[in-house]
Unconditional design. Structure first.
Length: 258
């Protein structure tokens, strides 16, 4: 099955399933349970180690996401269940390390483009307090496909390498609805793939979002990879260890009445 078919099927599943929640108008309840389109951009600051030397290239990160409630607390199929819900999403990400020189290696970089779809089942715990109005623990599960481009150069030669592979991941987090419009969401994720040359790894993230209206939101986000070497073996005897340290940026979300 090619990627066009996979993407079409993913979009169809999310949109068809979310029809259960279409009759409900969107409310200021954070991000979970809301239909929105998100576009984000960020700075990617990496750390690379080789033979005792280090380099810290600065690259770029971009993402786009469509989130839709599949089952919404207290609505249609979940009419009698106000304490839980399920969201679905599709995403597109681009990650570029920036070029770097280290030791005998020069003019190196990594570039990755990925697409996928996922689900987020969550609990909706309403506190009734004026501050910290709700707590929403949630799970994360996704799968997709990634295309990677790599370049490594040393005195013996240079290699440009391209490959693609299946990706998947699981994790969880908590959305803290501080007030109706302001939400803080920390998460943990384990990210795996089917490529033996690319290491699986863990990330922690934080997202602080503010919905100015039901339609417009700005969010600041941070992602940190937890100390795992991402070694790309392209044929040299010894290779640099590329560690994506931190991604810091902004997201802009547009919500839709549901």
């Amino acid at each position: 099955m090619n990627m066009k078919k996979i993407t079409l099927i993913s979009v169809s599943i999310v949109l068809a399933a979310s029809a259960f929640a279409w009759s409900k108008k969107s409310e200021n309840t954070g991000n979970l349970g809301r239909m929105y389109v998100s576009i984000g951009g960020a700075m990617n600051s990496s750390k690379v180690e080789f033979a005792g030397a280090t380099a810290t290239p600065t690259g770029a990160f971009a993402e786009a996401e469509i989130n839709a409630p599949i089952f919404k607390p207290g609505v249609n199929a979940f009419r009698k269940i106000k304490w839980a819900g399920v969201d679905g999403n599709i995403f597109v990400n681009y990650d570029y390390s920036g070029k770097f020189d280290i030791g005998t290696f020069t003019d190196n970089y990594t570039s990755k483009f990925s697409v996928g779809a996922g689900v987020k089942p969550y609990l909706n715990i309403v506190t009734g307090l004026p501050v910290l109005k709700a707590i929403k623990p949630f799970g994360i599960a996704y799968c997709g496909y990634e295309w990677g481009s790599y370049k490594e150069s040393d005195p013996t030669g240079s290699i440009d390498f391209n490959e693609n592979y299946f990706i998947y991941g699981v994790g969880g987090g908590v959305e803290f609805l501080l007030i109706d419009q302001l939400a803080l969401t920390p998460t943990w994720q384990w990210k795996g793939n089917s490529n033996s040359n690319v290491a699986c790894y863990q990330v922690i993230t934080a997202d602080l979002s503010y919905w100015f209206t039901e339609q417009f939101c700005v969010a600041a986000f941070w992602e940190h990879r937890i100390g795992v070497d991402d070694v790309v073996n392209l044929g040299f005897g010894t290779n640099p260890n590329l560690k994506h340290a931190d991604i810091i940026g902004l997201k802009f979300r547009v919500g839709f009445n549901r």
